[in-house]
Design a protein. Structure first.
Length: 194
């Protein structure tokens, strides 16, 4: 029962040692009262071996996770919901973000300081709205190949750019590609991305 109104019932036949599985969807907000009533049916001993397990979940199955990319890179944030009809509005630091349609996935391109921050998603159902956990989008220039993973490939790609005088290897932006850029990269690489 939800707030005193029955929403689901089933009869388990005597001798059924396996039980039954059930999936009931209903709207709940803080303060909603959910009751589970078990009737031993035709028993007057006020006790039997009946038991149940119930899990109450929100529509959010997986929360967005922190992510990083290099300056100018692309990052994706995603909230995974249970099957249903929802609308999604992504926000950065509490402000709505314009994005491609009503999607559970947000793609942020050309990442720079104006777009880093805490991202969450407002998910609206026929019951109301809920907000996902926040996920931080940060810049990590040690992620030299901009794939969102800090690994040896970043190190080798930086070395290739460094020895070929690729402008992007000038990490301190002093107009020269020299040992200071190399040491700056090593420092960033071993500090990691978070």
């Amino acid at each position: 029962m939800v707030d005193g109104s029955p929403i689901w019932q089933s009869i388990v036949e005597p001798g059924n040692g396996q039980g039954i599985e059930y999936d009931v969807q209903f709207c709940a907000v803080p303060g909603t009262i959910v009751d589970f009533a078990i009737d031993p049916r035709d028993s007057t001993d006020h006790g039997d071996e009946t038991g149940f397990l119930s899990t109450i979940r929100t529509v959010i199955d997986h929360q967005p996770v922190d992510t990083f990319t290099c300056t100018g890179g692309t990052a994706e944030l995603e909230v995974v919901t249970l099957p249903g009809t929802y609308t999604y509005q992504w926000r950065r630091n509490g402000d709505p973000v314009l994005h491609d349609g009503n999607m559970p996935r947000l793609r942020v391109v050309n990442v720079g300081s104006p777009v880093v921050g805490a991202y969450d998603c407002v998910i609206t159902t026929e019951c109301g709205s809920m907000i996902s956990n926040s996920a931080m989008l940060t810049i990590c220039d040690a992620d030299f190949d901009c794939d969102g993973v800090l690994d040896s490939e970043d190190f080798f790609q930086y070395l290739t750019a460094f020895f070929n005088n690729v402008p992007r290897a000038d990490l301190n932006l002093d107009g020269y590609i020299n040992s200071q850029d190399y040491f700056d990269f090593l420092s960033m690489f071993f500090a990691g991305c978070s």
